[in-house]
Design a protein around this ligand. Structure first.
Ligand code: 2PG
Length: 211
């Protein structure tokens, strides 16, 4: 029996719009972010998938995205588990700083390494490997067993917490993960084999403009 795992990054947040490092800070969605979440929900509704359970992080932007999606797919009362294991990567001392100001101060390349590399953490924060070290065990204990039992599971989380999952699911190398950006509000629909490897992946939207 093959279950379904849907991963979706929250819609644009106030701090995405202001171009600030966000991490564990808790800004709300922008109007565009609300629209993106609804669009992702509509795309999911068209697939006809009915979910058994949803997971989200401890942060408002992911929780609101999930709520908007659940409204669109007609499952507003779906059982939902919130856990900070799914929170965004902790940006440490960069949290709240403007990304262009950071590039001016530390250089384009250093900032790109902090933002997208696998194992180099921003000052005082988590590398993608550190983020994966809490996301992956949570996935293994709380999410994957449900999918393997045939359940349909929706996860609304964050750019980097989801990159850490996608890296393993899609078997990406450290170089490949450096280039991977997830678009806001675009659902990724995975079906898994019984051995937990990926059987199919369907992206319901456009990832090309993500940065
Ligand atoms: O600020 C953040 O927490 C993340 C996600 O918006 O930014 P980045 O794309 O730089 O990882």
């Amino acid at each position: 029996m093959s279950g379904t795992l849907v991963l979706v990054r929250h819609g644009q947040s106030e701090w995405n719009l202001k171009n600030l490092f966000t991490g564990w800070r808790d800004p709300d969605l922008t109007e565009l972010g609300v629209e993106e979440a609804r669009t992702g929900g509509k795309a999911l509704a068209e697939t006809g998938i009915t979910f058994d359970i949803a997971f989200t992080s401890d942060l408002t932007r992911a929780q609101k995205t999930l709520k908007l999606i659940l409204d669109e797919i007609g499952q507003p009362g779906l059982e939902t588990i919130r856990d900070q294991a799914l929170n965004e990567r902790d940006y440490g001392d960069l949290s709240g700083l403007n990304k262009d100001d950071a590039r001016a101060k530390w250089g384009e390349e250093q900032v790109h390494i902090w933002r997208r590399s696998y194992d180099i953490p921003p000052p005082g924060g988590e590398s993608l490997r550190d983020t994966g070290a809490r996301v992956w065990p949570y996935y293994l204990t709380d999410i994957l067993p449900r999918v393997l039992r045939g359940e349909k599971v929706l996860v609304a989380a964050h750019g980097n917490s989801l990159r850490s999952l996608v890296m393993v699911l899609d078997k990406l190398t450290k170089d490949e993960i450096l280039k991977l950006n997830l678009a806001t509000g675009v659902p990724m629909v995975y079906t898994l084999n019984a051995d937990s490897t990926v059987k199919s992946k369907d992206v319901l939207g456009d990832m090309s403009g993500a940065h």
